[in-house]
Design a binder for this molecule. Structure first.
Ligand code: PXL
Length: 282
């Protein structure tokens, strides 16, 4: 039996409305990977389309959790961060990267802050600059096109895109520091949607496209990034991991659309976990 891989997932817990830790934990665990968590906040629901949600900030717990882990000499094959609630949390997570980085582990940053051309209401206009610093320390970043434009201080434009536009963005993001860049939400026509990836070691750019399903289903970015982490840690290369993550996310959206579920509630990824586990560990 090979050594079991271990991930530290640093996100909020949204108690209802599947996203962040309630997505990362089941998806990464289902691949056979041990998933340790650092909850950054506990909310009654996520913030996308709900009002009146509770928000319990856990900022002051984050570093003490890591300090305790360090007394246990715990090592992680990946440190994976997503939604962070404040500048202070960005600085703390940056310190965690310094503390938990090893010669061969992966620091994965999903700079969750915006979608469809708009910064989430919770964040001030200077938040993307904080995320930019965190992305510079990452091995892998997973922005959508809106987040990429904010990181690069470029005006957002909706798709479909031209290939050179997407490839310029990938290279500009790589220039911030990460070795691998995955850009989500890209399209070259009205029928397909997917992700592009750049591996700076080989200079190779790949595309993983699938059918476009209408509707803005919440939490799909987290489903995608969690599946990507699971793919990479089960030994698949970047382009294969991106394709697996695109396919898993699209199937989850289709199931949810067919069921007529409220788009805020998150997607039915659970029904695909068995198949995903088999595919990743074949
Ligand atoms: O899925 C991203 C996400 C995670 N966590 C919280 C959010 C969002 C997006 O809106 O509000 C709390």
């Amino acid at each position: 039996m090979p050594r079991q891989k271990r991930v530290a997932a640093i996100h909020d817990i949204s108690c209802f409305g599947k996203c962040s830790l309630t997505v990362a934990l089941p998806i990464i665990s289902s691949a056979g990977i041990e998933t340790s968590v650092i909850p950054t906040a506990v909310l009654s629901t996520h913030t996308g389309g709900f009002t009146g949600y509770t928000y319990c900030d856990l900022t002051s717990d984050i570093l003490p959790i890591v300090s305790h882990w360090q007394t246990l000499n715990l090592k992680f094959d990946a440190v994976y961060t997503g939604f962070l609630g404040s500048f202070e949390q960005i600085d703390i997570v940056s310190e965690i990267f310094d503390r938990l980085k090893t010669d061969d582990n992966l620091i994965v940053v999903d700079p969750v802050m915006a979608d469809n051309g708009k910064l989430y209401a919770l964040f001030g206009d200077d938040f993307p600059q904080g995320m930019k610093k965190l992305c510079a320390k990452a091995d892998i970043i997973v922005p959508n096109v809106t987040e990429a434009c904010l990181l690069l201080e470029k005006p957002y434009k909706p798709g479909p895109y031209e290939v050179p536009y997407i490839e310029d963005i990938l290279r500009a993001l790589a220039a911030l520091g990460p070795k691998q860049v995955i850009l989500t939400g890209i399209s070259f026509d009205d029928t397909q949607l997917g992700a592009a990836s750049l591996d700076t070691t080989s200079g190779k750019i790949d595309y993983a496209l699938s059918q476009r399903i209408e509707g803005l289903y919440h939490g799909t970015g987290d489903v995608f990034a969690s599946t990507l982490v699971a793919g990479l840690l089960t030994g698949h290369d970047l382009s294969r991991s991106v394709q697996i993550a695109v396919d898993f996310t699209v199937k989850s959206i289709i199931r949810t659309k067919e069921a007529g579920t409220d788009i805020r509630y998150g997607v039915n990824f659970e029904a695909g976990l068995g198949e995903l586990a088999g595919q990743l560990n074949r």
